[in-house]
Design a protein around this ligand. Structure first.
Ligand SMILES: Cc1ncc(COP(=O)(O)O)c(C=O)c1O
Length: 399
């Protein structure tokens, strides 16, 4: 394959919104991918956490193939065979709710924000509209979701931003309490901040926030776009905190590689968005729902939640071993297979060096290596990845 020619087409014709590493991925299978020159990599950050089941999981591929033969897309003026089934599957695995389908995490969050405002303004007829989010959060790239994302770097140059958002430090209950006014409609956050550097919410904090929302009639929106679908060892992270959200947002690995977003709305609020108030052309199409249903089936059939716990403990033990060995590692964070290795140095070159040795990982917030292998990862694959990390850390400290 003509690698140079393919990359030059991007340079000429694709808007330059991404920093890309110079390989062209052409084939994937489980935890492994291959590039256009035939080189093999272990993918420990598959598709920005989209390919949670690994690449081209056979059950997902087969469901897509089967559905593609009968119906790809049905507009939401009609019913299709699978949207209701997928909603029921999400509800069965989460809490008493109804689901709105879209195509991305940003859209799922946008719907959650619209719902919170509409509930108070239209259903309760109260002037409540403020949304409180957390510093270092990430909720998407639309104008409203970069405003919800409390990181100036994502907002710069896009003023004026939509009004009615307030930011507080993560895990600081006093600051949150102090930010509440009679205009507060919702509190929205990730239980484990992914892009923000794998920052884990304290259990006590989350319980207090849930209680506060009940007392003050505030809608609790939990963004599980990255933590959802088994990543932390349970289907959704909220169950580990002993709370139930009012609204939960999903995307990424829900579709097994197909684009999907879902806003899961507790019964009390589930009829707020009525016909004409919200929609998405592609939302809940049968081809995407077929893939997402196969994701749930595969997680159950292959007992993947158990594997996340088992391999999560295993890789964490090995990473802690590396932490003892190398001064450049500051801290290890995260549950299950959602891991952040915070470094004392920038991580960009480490990501490149790992790639050169056949391991794909990510670096976020300049210094946090994000390691999120597929839910079905094996101990052998983990050993191989750790060996590469060990060599790269050794070389980096020597340099
Ligand atoms: C927690 C969280 N919410 C929302 C989003 C936005 O999702 P999307 O890129 O699908 O719009 C992301 C993406 O990284 C995310 O990690």
């Amino acid at each position: 394959m003509d690698t140079k020619n393919i990359i030059s087409k991007y340079e000429k014709f694709v808007a330059p919104t991404y920093t890309r590493l110079p390989i062209i991925l052409t084939k994937g299978e489980g935890s492994r991918v291959w590039d256009s020159e035939g080189a093999e990599y272990l993918d420990f950050f598959p598709g920005w956490a989209v390919s949670g089941l690994g690449h081209c999981h056979p059950m997902v591929v087969s469901a897509i193939k089967k559905q593609a033969g009968s119906m790809l897309h049905v507009s939401n003026n009609y019913y299709n065979l699978l949207q209701g089934e997928l909603a029921a599957k999400i509800v069965e695995n989460s809490f008493d709710s109804k689901v709105f389908f879209a195509n991305s995490g940003a859209e799922a969050n946008e719907a959650a924000i619209k719902l919170a405002r509409r509930y108070f303004q239209v259903v309760k007829k109260i002037d409540k509209y403020e949304i409180i989010t957390m510093q270092n959060s990430f909720h998407g790239r639309t104008l409203t979701t970069i405003t919800a994302t409390a990181q100036p770097k994502y907002q710069q140059g896009f003023a004026p931003l939509p009004g009615g958002f307030k930011y507080v430090p993560f895990n600081d209950f006093k600051a949150l309490e102090a930010a509440i006014t009679d205009k507060t409609a919702a509190i929205m956050f990730e239980l484990i901040q992914g892009e923000g550097g794998i920052n884990v919410a304290d259990k006590d904090y989350v319980l207090k926030v849930r209680k506060l929302c009940n007392e003050k009639d505030i809608i609790l929106i939990i963004d599980e776009v990255q933590t959802g679908i088994g990543r932390t060892g349970t289907m959704f992270a909220f169950s580990q905190y002993g709370i139930i959200p009012d609204v939960m947002t999903l995307a990424k690995s829900l579709g097994g590689g197909m684009p999907i977003g879902a806003t899961v709305i507790a019964k009390k609020y589930s009829d707020v968005l009525q016909p004409g108030t919200h929609a998405s052309t592609f939302g809940g199409s049968p081809i995407v729902c077929a893939a997402a249903l196969a994701v749930f089936e595969a997680i159950k059939k292959e007992n993947l939640l158990l594997n996340v716990k088992k391999q999560g403990d295993y890789i964490k033990g090995l990473l802690l071993g590396l932490k003892d060995k190398y001064k450049l590692i500051k801290e290890l964070r995260g549950p299950g297979l959602m891991l952040g290795v915070e470094l004392n140095i920038e991580g960009k070159q480490i990501v490149r060096d790992c790639m050169a040795m056949g391991l794909l990982i990510n670096c976020t917030h300049d210094t946090v290596l994000r390691i999120m292998p597929p839910l079905g990862v094996t101990a052998k694959e983990i050993d191989k990845a750790i060996k590469i990390l060990d060599e790269v850390f050794k070389k980096t400290e020597r340099a």
